[in-house]
Write a protein that binds this ligand. Structure first.
Ligand SMILES: Cc1ncc(C[n+]2csc(CCOP(=O)(O)OP(=O)(O)O)c2C)c(N)n1
Ligand SMILES: [Mg+2]
Length: 280
């Protein structure tokens, strides 16, 4: 087997997004911990990467050097990644319900030493873009056309060495590197703009010499179009500022609860049932 992308049609892709959301809610409620809302905002991007014709992977050979890479730098949102990996065939869907249980490779934050297919152990925010840059440079040195995608959170943009990596990637013109900022408007302790406002992200990242796009990141078509454009840029790294809503898919429930951030909290069994009904 060789690495290959999977490209679902529009209807199947929409169904897949729903399936990812169902997995996210079920696994975090079963674990009684985790970050469902941080995962839900990222669904359309992860869905497009895994099932919309982008990530060339071989689940049977997760370390194939010809593969593309997806690094979830906002590692606490790993339920969305586990959901996509299981749907892609890395492991059985039942395993999702072992999230955060003792002995499970599905740790609360992605651990590359425990789960084949995880590209980087993240969770300590602000590091994934540097790791992705390393992969992008290595691919160039090796003469491979692997593309590296890194997702950060909007709060995460104020952490770690993100801006060092942005500067370095521009210097080395790594056109095979795409940063996706999941701009869901909240971070752990409140609205991202109140904690540390680094918007407009596109202007700031663009000022380093990157190609940038700003999109509605819960709109599947906009995500697909932006990823296509990112692949077509050949002279510099690309960033997609993905404006999303934290908890997208279950927003009416979060409104009822009076907490539109709902950071790091699983749904109760009662809310889980309401959420699954809402998703249809
Ligand atoms: C270096 C570091 N500092 C703090 C934390 C604690 N922390 C976990 S999630 C989070 C908020 C992240 O917000 P954002 O990047 O916007 O992600 P979202 O959950 O909104 O998708 C913080 C501060 C961490 N994991 N790593
Ligand atoms: Mg955020």
């Amino acid at each position: 087997m060789a690495v290959e992308a999977i490209q679902l049609g529009n209807d199947e892709l929409r169904d897949k997004a729903r399936t990812l959301r169902q997995h996210i809610i079920r696994m975090t409620t079963e674990a009684a911990s985790g970050h469902p809302t941080s995962s839900l905002s990222a669904v359309e991007v992860v869905n497009a990467l895994f099932f919309g014709g982008y990530l060339r992977l071989d689940p049977a050979a997760p370390a194939d050097p010809a593969r593309d890479r997806f690094i979830l730098s906002k590692g606490h949102a790993v339920p969305v990644l586990y959901a996509a990996m299981s749907e892609r065939g890395y492991f059985a869907a039942e395993e999702l319900l072992t999230l955060r249980k003792l002995g499970s490779p599905l740790e609360g934050h992605p651990n590359m030493k425990r789960l084949p297919g995880i590209e980087a152990s993240t969770g300590s925010l602000g590091q994934g873009l540097s790791i992705g840059l390393g992969h992008a440079l290595a691919a160039k040195v090796d003469g491979r056309d692997s593309h590296v995608y890194v997702m950060t959170g909007d709060g995460e943009m104020g952490e770690g060495q993100v801006w060092e990596a942005i500067a370095a990637a521009a210097k080395y013109q790594t056109a095979n590197l795409t940063l996706i900022v999941d701009q869901n408007g909240y971070q752990q302790t409140g609205a991202t703009g109140d904690v540390l406002d680094l918007t407009p992200f596109a202007d700031r990242i663009g000022s380093f010499g990157w190609h940038t796009q700003t999109i509605s990141g819960n709109d599947q078509d906009e995500v697909l179009a932006a990823l296509k454009t990112a692949r077509e840029v050949t002279d510099r790294p690309t960033a997609i500022v993905s404006r999303t809503q934290k908890g997208y898919g279950i927003l009416p429930l979060l409104e009822e609860e009076g907490d539109l951030n709902y950071h790091g909290k699983p749904l109760s069994a009662d809310l889980e049932q309401k959420a699954l009904a809402l998703l249809g």
